[in-house]
Ligand binder design. Structure first.
Ligand code: PLP
Length: 468
């Protein structure tokens, strides 16, 4: 494809995306296709000769689009959001066009330096403790996901606890890790990958609000130490996936300090709320953490993938992950004056992901982002009030931010049927969880284009589904 043809086709594709965003509201949110339907509609073998671009665009429209669940629909209230925005997509496009491979500072200095700067900007925007700033002992890096961030944090905690011995001799069988019973499944995955084994992950009990109980953590730590085990990692969650519960960081942090255990704080979706000073209480106690992450690819208008991972002591992370073969040696690295992000995560290669974040922050500005987040929280809080005001429904958990967990005052089957009817209508999409063993609907407000009218229409449908 010549640059001239790329220019022409590129305009068509941008038009297609803009048209898509304009009409996405009218499409059934949850894809109705049956398993195998998309694949069966496509040729089983690749084309021997190149095909006209028009044919590809036609298939995109006719064959691929029906198999899309529309995460960018303003009527998408499922899971946690994965919102995107114009500036983010354009930043990603520039990154693709540059095709930079930023594994070392030397392989593209701007890729590294912009990333360090943007993560420091974000640290300021969220009012993160100063040790997470790159001018202090720590710094931030963009990872593909919160799952990878948790794995890297665990590896750093493992190496700190075993003084680097697990890296050379294999994971010490005495190692144990801790998180709440409500933590994301990525913590269990990390414990498996890091060689601790899932039996060595202690799932600590939670309180009535589904937040980790520090006294239960203290008791488990004492019991494990008495048994000769080696606690190395605690993961606290700011905004659990099921119900947006907030683990008490100050008490957990003090326990971790007392026992010299690495504390990682996973604020995957909810961390974005800290852009607004009035929501920063969710991260009180963060100064006691060794690492922290949140996902701009969930709620900060930045398309997947973009996880911001911060460490208070970058040496602990880098020493756990660094391997330097001869073919990567270069003067800048040897000088010690630069950051080589390849040492801050699992893959060697890395895309120029800071570009999309830079464009998002520059386009909206801090105030613009705060306004959007406030509006989402406000809409969710309004929805929670409507739930409480209707005697047929109840809240299933506190709703501190933009997630509302609720159910009909009826049995699990009735709630499940309500959810299925709503989703099959195509007009909106919600997902569920289980809280206290009971089927619970989750309503999360976080899409870029969601307005009050969408939340109102969703509530009207939910009420109708419950039999007005
Ligand atoms: N942690 C929490 C609290 C989450 O809610 C999620 C995803 O929803 C994750 C981690 C995993 O996120 P990622 O897809 O970035 O790995």
């Amino acid at each position: 494809m010549s640059p001239a043809e790329f220019r022409r086709r590129g305009r068509e594709v941008i038009d297609w995306i803009a048209d898509y965003w304009e009409r996405v509201e009218t499409l059934p949110v949850l894809s109705p296709v049956t398993p195998g339907a998309v694949r069966d509609s496509l040729p089983p073998h690749p084309p021997a000769v190149g095909e006209p671009f028009e044919d590809v665009m036609r298939d995109l429209e006719q064959l691929i689009l029906p198999g899309i669940t529309h995460w960018q629909s303003p009527n998408f209230f499922a899971y946690f959001p994965a919102n995107t925005s114009g500036p983010s997509v354009l930043g990603d496009l520039v990154s693709s066009g540059l095709g930079v491979q930023g594994m070392l500072w030397a392989t593209s200095p701007a890729c590294t330096e912009l990333e360090t700067l943007v993560l420091d900007w974000l640290g300021e925007m969220l009012d993160l403790p100063p040790q997470f700033h790159s001018t202090g002992s720590g710094g931030g890096v963009i990872q593909d996901s919160a799952s990878s961030a948790a794995l890297c944090a665990l590896l750093a905690g493992r190496e700190r606890a075993t003084k680097g011995a697990s890296n050379t001799q294999g994971a010490d069988p005495r190692l144990v890790a801790y998180t709440s019973s409500q933590a994301h499944s990525s913590i269990e995955k990390a414990v498996k990958i890091a060689g601790l084994g899932s039996d060595k992950l202690r799932l600590i009990a939670v309180d009535a609000n589904f937040a980790l109980r520090p006294e239960a953590l203290a008791a488990q730590l004492e019991a494990d130490l008495a048994a000769g085990l080696l606690p190395c990692f605690v993961c606290a969650t700011v905004g659990t996936t099921s119900s947006n519960a907030m683990d008490p960081l100050p008490a957990i942090g003090r326990l971790c300090r007392d026992h010299h255990v690495w504390l990682h704080v996973d604020a995957a979706m909810s961390g974005t709320a800290a852009l607004c000073p009035e929501f920063r209480g969710i991260q009180a106690g963060l100064a006691l953490a060794d690492s922290y992450c949140f996902d701009p690819h969930k709620w900060m208008f930045t398309n997947f993938d973009c996880n911001c991972f911060y460490v208070a002591d970058r040496r602990a992370l880098v020493s756990a992950l660094s391997v330097l073969p001869e073919y990567l040696r270069n003067q800048a690295t040897e000088s010690g004056a630069v950051i080589d992000y390849r040492d801050w995560h699992v893959p060697l290669g890395r895309r120029f992901r800071a570009l999309k974040l830079w464009l998002v922050i520059r386009h909206y500005g801090v105030h613009g982002l705060q306004q959007l987040i406030r509006e989402h929280v406000h809409l969710a809080q309004e929805f929670a009030q409507w739930v409480q005001a209707d005697p047929r429904f109840e809240l299933a958990a506190p709703a501190p931010l933009n997630l509302v967990c609720f159910r009909m005052r009826a049995d699990d089957d009735a709630n499940q049927q309500l959810l299925e009817r709503l989703n099959q209508s195509g007009a909106l999409y919600l997902t569920h969880t289980r809280l206290d063993g009971r089927f619970t609907l989750r309503f999360c407000v976080g899409q870029t284009q969601t307005e009050r009218r969408h939340v109102q229409a969703a509530w009207a449908r939910i009420q109708e589904g419950a039999g007005r």
